[in-house]
Design a protein around this ligand. Sequence first.
Ligand code: PGA
Length: 250
Amino acid sequence: MAGNIKLQICDNAADVAIQAAAAFAELVRAQPDAVIGLATGSTPEASYAEMARLHRDSGLSFADVTSFNLDEYWGLGGDHDQSYRHFMNDRLFQHIDINPWNTHVLNGKARFPELECRSFEDRILAVGGIDLWLLGIGGNGHIAFNEPGSPVDSRTRLVSLTQETIESNSDGRFFSDASEVPRCALSAGIGTIRESSSLILLATGEKKADAIAAAVEGPFSVDCPASLLQDHADCTFIIDAGAASKLTSK
Ligand code: PGA
């Protein structure tokens, strides 16, 4: 079942980044106080570089934008160089004019995780919800740290990472050794993500091809968390030819 997921298949990863950044630029130009959702990982890095370029060269302003990030490692403070707060500051926030007070990344060192998660959800509600949320996808189909089996109505919470995710994040791109990767994270739930008015999921490379095929053409099932986006009213997958290579209908 393809559901409602719209596919934008690009020739290469560079085009994926340009298309993704263009979608955010279009939103922010039309609605300067937009509320955007952001993601970490290797895949969105080039999109953030392109957003920073649009800010620098074309005057795209994020001055009135509010942002929320999908997740954060449990136990890492924002000053840790592998924290997602650090990633966002380094890859995007310091290169654009967003007000740091309007950037929301879960606190991985919060004293009370339930309170931190509830406060995150409350802050999303207080600004009227998210207009457009950027997502990546794991090789096992996870979105944020919602691993297979995560309920469709899950909310922001403390979760455990699967061994596959721990290994994928310790392949030298981020942590150099699996023993360094935190075992838990705070993650927006699938229900939280599904409430965003629009969603853009990025995937590049053949290593994501099985997950993309399962998400788009497989059953609506918790076995592939990204398939739980199939009934979303406005969800676009922007993917390259490698990630699209196992789709039967393109
Ligand atoms: P990646 O991670 O962009 O580093 O491949 C995506 C994800 O696991 O959600």
